[in-house]
Design a protein around this ligand. Structure first.
Ligand SMILES: Cc1cc2nc3c(=O)[nH]c(=O)nc-3n(C[C@H](O)[C@H](O)[C@H](O)COP(=O)(O)OP(=O)(O)OC[C@H]3O[C@@H](n4cnc5c(N)ncnc54)[C@H](O)[C@@H]3O)c2cc1C
Length: 425
């Protein structure tokens, strides 16, 4: 049994777990991440992500901005479109970068995970599944499902949406809330252009660099953007009603997924059908979307949560991984401050909760609301939504949402007094 009462045990080797180890290392605190997946790649499943200004500032605080820059592509614009009525809104992300003093990046999830994993090195133990833990006055003992035990001073549950650590902390909590939608993700690489079963030549060339395009339908939407390696990430989102309509009754999205998506998205504007049609069936990854209601506490004296384990949120603001990164860095700061002042882990975890619970709760709630608005069905309601977005989205939604998600306690305060001075078009 490993036993080091100063060591922080991090359960989970996803974005939150790995960033926590690196943030703690930067603060001079030893930590090891334990990941249930037996192989590194198995822990990095998924496709594209946007790392927004807030998470870039957090990564900068622990000296990792250059590494992110090497795997990401800078995001410059965010376009909202209606499948039927064309352009709805066009934000300048570059303005946000100036305001917050940090760019935003699109990045492939495996590339981001790989970058973090390489830096973590031997402080990641694979094939280690947490089965439970006990806490006493001197430390925490974690039980792995193969019978091994690990002991340390603090336990951080970074084990995602269905966290085992959370289940031990909150045994009577209901399971995560299904948000009623499925995201079907794919990646089209430049090598797939013009080849049989790939995308027709020129399709990828027509997709601009640095632009996130989000097109709304009725109960559906479609996102695409370029990643750092020149490939294009796409994500077709269906609410359950649409999923049932286009799939078989028994398995709405389980089989024939690409054909089902083409039935729904086949007459959408270019390049939507071509992106869906490219590549083998197995490359389309359907992911159900879940979140949880915020809770007032997620720590004991020596055990806490970070990332999706702490506050899972729907993907509608693209903030889950960003909040995971922020949370990891704040947690390390709080543990380092406590170590410096001799105030102990309980004070550190209480300070961490004070800085994180209200913030992540606000982001999760706004994300849930955005999801409800995005998945409207009724064509008349969709037309109203589109009209609202065209005339008032910038003023009423964008500025508030941008401020809510991007204003962090890292780095310099944003420049200017508000977004009034920004040009969004
Ligand atoms: C379609 C989609 C698009 C998204 N887009 C964005 C985006 O653009 N921007 C953004 O910020 N977020 C986005 N998100 C959200 C983001 O993916 C998550 O918030 C983020 O991955 C959470 O990271 P995490 O490390 O907390 O959890 P996870 O990535 O789930 O990692 C948890 C890790 O813990 C391991 N684990 C689980 N149980 C155990 C156990 N018992 N013992 C040991 N290990 C265990 C798992 O194997 C896993 O590796 C998106 C999500 C989806 C579904």
């Amino acid at each position: 049994m490993a036993d080091d009462r100063n060591e922080v045990i991090v359960m989970g080797g996803g974005i939150a777990g790995l960033t926590t180890v690196l943030a703690l290392r930067a603060a001079g605190i030893g930590a090891t991440a334990y990941e249930r997946a037996p192989a590194p790649d198995a822990a990095s499943a998924g496709n594209g992500l946007v790392v927004w200004h807030n998470a870039v500032l957090a990564l900068r605080a622990i000296g990792l901005e250059e590494e992110l820059d090497a795997v990401g592509a800078e995001l410059l614009r965010y376009r909202f479109r209606s499948r039927r009525t064309g352009s709805l809104a066009d934000w300048s992300v570059a303005d946000g970068a100036r305001r917050y003093g940090a760019p935003a990046y699109t990045v492939s999830r495996p590339a981001l995970h790989g970058m973090l994993r390489e830096l973590v090195g031997d402080d990641l133990v694979l094939g280690a599944r947490c089965a439970g833990f006990t806490e006493d006055a001197d430390g925490v003992t974690v039980r792995l499902d193969d019978g091994r035990e690990v002991r340390g001073g603090v336990l951080v549950g970074a084990d995602g949406l269905r966290s085992t650590v959370r289940r031990v902390l909150m045994p009577s909590e209901p399971p995560p809330r299904y948000a009623g939608m499925t995201a079907c993700q794919g990646i089209v690489s430049p090598g797939a252009e013009g080849v049989p079963g790939g995308v027709p030549g020129g399709v990828l060339d027509a997709i601009p660099e640095g632009v996130f395009v989000n097109t709304f339908g009725e109960g559906t939407w479609f996102v695409y953007y370029r990643l750092g390696d020149g490939s294009v990430y796409w994500d077709a989102v269906l609410d359950d009603r649409t999923g049932r309509r286009i799939g078989s009754a028994a398995s709405p999205l389980g089989t024939g997924l690409r054909a089902a998506l083409l039935r729904e998205f086949g007459d959408w504007p270019d390049p939507v059908p071509a992106l869906i049609a490219a590549g083998p069936e197995a490359d389309v990854l359907p992911v159900g979307i879940y979140d949880r209601d915020p809770v007032p506490r997620w720590s004991t004296d020596r055990v806490t949560l970070v990332g999706d384990a702490a506050q899972p949120m729907t993907f509608n603001l693209g903030q889950g991984a960003n909040q995971a990164i922020e949370g990891s860095v704040v947690l390390a700061e709080c543990l380092a401050t406590a170590a410096g002042t001799g105030s102990g882990p309980a004070a550190a975890l209480a300070a961490y909760e004070r800085r994180r619970i209200a913030r992540t709760a606000r982001v999760a709630r706004r994300s849930r609301t955005n999801g409800v608005l995005s998945s409207r069905h009724n064509p008349a309601v969709c037309l109203l939504r589109d009209a609202f977005m065209r005339v008032a989205f910038d003023r009423l939604v964008y500025r508030k949402t941008y401020r809510l998600t991007m204003d962090t306690d890292f780095g310099a305060p944003p420049t200017g007094t508000g977004h009034q001075e920004d040009s969004h078009r």
